[in-house]
Design a binder for this molecule. Structure first.
Ligand code: KIV
Length: 265
């Protein structure tokens, strides 16, 4: 796999090439994803749910994410790896810089933080310290207790305008990538068009600059519950490699996510 960096991701957006991303937590899957064309791997705090069996991401620690970031880096030396900053690891600038440094030392290329314009001082400081930042907007799982559940965001025009405003503010502060989660397709498109940085969607329609899924959802590993915006790519394929390739192809040609995986406009 050739080495992708932020400039390469920006070039993909400028050339209209979709970015393919998956969560990854260990060396074996990281190698499988790298070998089958996944551009970006996220060591998500979703590990609390899919690896630790918890019902939210809140108990996940920076040490947990750092451990899995090193595992992913060991399996995919050239991969572009984003590490999630967990719940309450960025309450102020100084703490955010220390926690992010732990993740960068563990092997991350970039850190991801959940939140809008209020993160501007933190994003500015991280960027100045040489730590690339991915913003996370829309549904913010770390704020599930404030939001009152895992609900689609940006449904009215005021909320949609706020998402666009937040993305622009975070980009101006230094963010070089954004993830938007569970928002209507037209809002996903608006955010992607409003900023220069690439915007990767999950449950945000197929008009963002790329897609990400939790790997366990993409492989249909939670048979009890498959969120609307995910698809089991193992169905109809006889190997993990074929399933990952099918996901990569479907994101690149825009066939995933289809309307059945997206939230109405
Ligand atoms: O933690 C995670 O896996 C994430 C994705 C849902 C984008 O943040």
């Amino acid at each position: 796999m050739s080495r992708i960096r932020t400039a390469g991701l920006l070039k993909m957006k400028q050339e209209g090439k979709k970015i393919t991303a998956l969560t990854a937590y260990d060396a074996s899957f990281a190698k499988l994803f790298a070998d089958n064309g996944v551009d970006v791997m996220l060591v998500g705090d979703s590990l609390g749910m899919v690896l630790q069996g918890l019902d939210s991401t809140l108990p996940v620690t920076t040490q947990d994410v750092a451990y899995h970031t090193t595992c992913v880096r060991n399996g995919a030396k050239n991969a572009f790896v984003i590490a999630d900053m967990p719940f309450m690891s960025y309450p102020d600038v100084a703490t955010a810089c220390q926690e992010a440094a732990t993740l960068m030392r563990a092997g991350a290329n970039m850190v991801k933080l959940e939140g809008g314009e209020w993160l501007v001082p933190i994003v500015t400081a991280l960027t100045r310290q040489g730590i690339p930042v991915c913003a996370h907007l829309g549904l913010l799982p770390q704020s599930v207790n404030v939001i009152g559940g895992y609900k689609v965001q940006g449904r009215n025009s005021e909320a949609a305008d706020k998402l666009v405003h937040d993305a622009q503010a975070l980009e101006a502060a230094g963010a070089q990538l954004a993830v938007v989660e569970c928002i209507p397709s037209d809002v996903g498109e608006r955010v992607a068009q409003a900023v220069n940085m690439p915007v990767i969607g999950i449950g945000a329609g197929n008009r963002t600059d790329g897609q990400i899924l939790v790997m366990h959802d993409m492989l249909g590993m939670n048979a009890d519950y498959l969120p609307k915006f995910t698809k089991n790519f193992l169905t109809g394929h006889d190997s993990l490699a074929a399933a990952v390739s099918a996901y990569v192809s479907a994101v690149r040609d825009g066939s995933f996510p289809g309307p059945e995986h997206s939230f109405a406009e």
